[in-house]
Design a protein. Structure first.
Length: 260
């Protein structure tokens, strides 16, 4: 009986190329967060697809070069996906323009410097600079985090398109730490303060032991990205870090206007 059900589940994929593509993309999407190596069972759980389908689609992705088999039953993204992502025009231009200014921010603070953009209702990290003795943070290039819980995310909501806040609230303000803002009224007040000050200062809302300041990078009147610097709460001095982050964000905004 179970084989019959599996075969029936596979029929649409065999008859509709769009269904095959959607299923393959859903597998690739699973590699966006968390550990880089994924098991077939984890991919099945996250996609809702049967093991036979996941195994077959992984075979296609491995042959194409987008996924590679690490060990028996474990897979990870391969370089072909990275090469495609690196060619995204706007993100590539943004990173190329922002990187020298981010390096200046790192040299001035010796914190962990991030460049982020909006991806759906999450913040996507597209560049990161840190040193050998930098604080341990969970961020990495390609990682996504909830917009409402991070300084970069809140800046992007505060200065982003009007419907972005509605979508964030509709998804719910789920706690990431004990200090995450989970109340809608409090969150709206925090965004109002960010619009007034021009920056988002957060302390342990996304990760325990991490404080940060984030400033918006604009294209026209809306924020298209944010630059931030994070360190430990005892090293974080808002009076010093805030003007530095703001100055860098404005410099990137001006440089970006010449490119876009």
């Amino acid at each position: 009986m179970s084989n019959t059900v599996t075969d029936m589940n596979d029929l649409p994929a065999a008859s509709d190329p769009r269904s095959v593509l959607r299923r393959g993309l859903s597998i690739l999407e699973c590699f966006a967060d968390g550990e880089s190596d994924k098991t077939i069972s984890e991919l099945c759980r996250r996609t809702g697809l049967p093991p036979a389908t996941v195994h077959r689609l992984l075979g296609v992705l491995v042959e194409w070069g987008g996924v590679e088999k690490v060990t028996r039953g474990k897979y990870r993204l391969a370089f072909r996906v990275w090469r495609l992502g690196a060619r995204v025009p706007q993100a590539r231009t943004l990173r190329d323009v922002a990187l020298p200014y981010m390096e200046d921010l790192y040299e001035a603070t010796h914190g962990v410097v991030h460049l982020t953009i909006v991806d759906g209702i999450e913040v996507l990290y597209i560049e990161k600079i840190s040193g050998r003795h930098a604080i341990p943070v969970t961020s990495s290039v390609g990682l996504r985090r909830p917009l409402h819980a991070s300084g970069p995310g809140k800046v992007l909501v505060a200065f982003g398109p009007p419907d972005l806040l509605d979508r964030v609230l509709a998804a719910g303000l789920k706690p990431q730490t004990k200090k995450t803002i989970t109340d809608e009224a409090t969150f709206r007040r925090a965004l109002s303060e960010i619009r007034t000050t021009g920056v988002a200062v957060t302390r342990e809302e996304m990760s325990p032991g991490i404080a940060s300041v984030a400033a918006p990078i604009f294209a026209g009147r809306q924020a298209v990205a944010s630059v931030s610097v994070a360190t430990t709460p005892d090293r974080f001095d808002a009076a010093v870090f805030t003007p530095l982050a703001t100055t860098v964000a404005r410099a990137i905004t001006r440089a970006l206007a010449r490119e876009w």
